[in-house]
Design a protein around this ligand. Structure first.
Ligand SMILES: [Zn+2]
Length: 435
């Protein structure tokens, strides 16, 4: 075994066995994850006299699923004497230090002699004082044995639980697992919104977008070359299902504008809708349908060729107007109609106005939008005041241009986030005040 080995990965089945066995120990073998790597994965353990089990890792761990290089012999021991792992902890905190082989065997009896080759050892110290545990002394420890000296190795066990439930109760996982979110538009911003919502623990997510993922999308999207040619909603649903299995994803490859009748039935099921579609028409439809369904919506986009980002929260009720009410108030106040640029911009096939925002700037806005959506539901439905937002409309400086835009788009520095309120509904607004 190379002296370079510093870490051992252990399948959950091995720990499960050692946790419950009455045996004091047995043989063990590990293999390298890759011929050029220094990472060992345990691939065999003796679970009864002369019975060798072959624990397996899930195929999901692709980099670890084909371990078959250079078997290293070893041993596992349980119920090692108290204090063994305190020594491990102390040695780990002093890199380069070792304990003599004789000193180690005086502390831990029943250790096999290396007999001229290096050996791997995994020990389990069952009854450890609570304050040692709290200080970080490990219940399981790894060792590298030679005839001269013993050095500590770090051991990583495959956990029993890998899902979002691990964050409970520090994060309101149960509330988020109940949440149903619609994401309209899964381009550069919406793809990140969907990823982030799943990582927040949202239980059910509908992805609505008719487009396929093509080469020109790659430079700004979370999807990669493996997805070229697929519907964006399908490719993202696959990606999220694989990475975040606690989220149910339902792909809808439809256009929110031309399928507004279909959307009208979906919207009332949502706790919140996030719109990250390029077109002004899609944003207007989402604003209208969400208001009619009495569901909050969060709209995200970048404006002025990526100079500023915008996140708008539209909430039902009489206090704040819809997207059109807000745009009308901006126009009346002399503000630029930035969306007019968007109408002929990216996504319409117009080659003269390519979208110039860079991927991470779009993702930054997508993360803000996902955060705003989750916070809105946690505050409104669960009364969690830790999730209040400072306002309804955020303008974010990404690379603000020298010629200052009209308020509230007049941020002058990058990463400045300016929050403001929305105007009240206009009288006679077809969305807010239909007669
Ligand atoms: Zn309105």
């Amino acid at each position: 075994m190379s002296a370079q080995v510093t870490q051992i990965l252990v399948p959950a089945a091995v720990r499960e066995y050692i946790d419950h066995t009455n045996f004091a120990g047995g043989e063990l073998a590990a293999q390298f994850s890759n011929k050029d790597d220094d990472l060992l994965v345990v691939t065999m353990m003796e679970t009864a006299a002369n019975y060798r089990a072959r624990p397996r890792l899930s195929r999901d761990y692709r980099a670890l699923s084909d371990v078959a290089v250079g078997e290293v012999a070893g041993q596992w021991l349980t119920n090692v004497p108290a204090g063994t792992h305190l020594s491990h902890w102390q040695l780990m905190h002093r890199p380069g230090t070792a304990i003599t082989y004789d000193g180690f065997t005086a502390m831990v009896p029943n250790v096999r002699a290396p007999r001229g080759r290096a050996l791997l050892l995994i020990t389990h110290e069952r009854d450890m004082p609570e304050d040692w545990r709290d200080a970080g002394v490990p219940e399981y420890a790894g060792w590298h044995l030679s005839e001269d000296e013993v050095t500590p190795l770090s051991v990583a066990f495959e956990p029993d639980e890998v899902g979002i439930g691990q964050l409970d109760p520090q994060w309101p996982v149960a509330a988020l697992q109940q949440m149903h979110v619609g994401v309209v538009g899964v381009g550069s911003i919406g793809g990140v919104v969907a990823d982030a919502l799943a990582a927040y623990g949202v239980g059910t997510m509908d992805l609505i977008d008719p487009d396929r993922f093509l080469w020109h999308n790659q430079v700004r999207h979370v999807l990669g070359p493996e997805s070229v040619g697929l519907l964006k909603v399908d490719a993202l649903a696959d990606r999220i299902t694989h990475t975040w299995p606690d989220t149910q994803v339902r792909p809808y490859p439809v256009n929110v504008v031309s399928s507004a009748h279909h959307m009208r039935a979906l919207f009332p099921r949502y706790d919140v809708v996030v719109c990250a579609a390029d077109g002004i028409a899609a944003r207007r439809v989402v604003s209208h349908l969400a208001r009619r369904a009495q569901v909050p919506a969060v709209l995200a986009c970048v404006l002025d060729d990526g100079a500023v980002g915008e996140v708008i929260r539209l909430r039902p009720g009489g206090r704040y107007g819809c997207l059109l009410c807000q745009r009308a108030a901006l126009m009346a106040g002399g503000g630029l109609d930035l969306e007019a640029h968007q109408e002929v911009g990216y996504g319409t096939g117009d080659p003269h106005r390519p979208m110039t925002a860079v991927g991470p700037d779009l993702w930054f806005i997508g993360h803000l939008a996902a955060k705003a959506a989750v916070a809105t539901v946690l505050e409104q439905q669960y009364g969690d005041l830790a999730h209040r937002l400072p306002g309804e409309h955020a303008v974010v400086g990404l690379r603000p241009s020298a010629d200052t835009l009209h308020a509230p788009f007049d941020v002058t520095t990058t990463m400045d986030v300016r929050w403001s309120e929305l105007p009240p509904p206009r009288e006679g607004c077809p969305t807010c005040d239909p007669r």
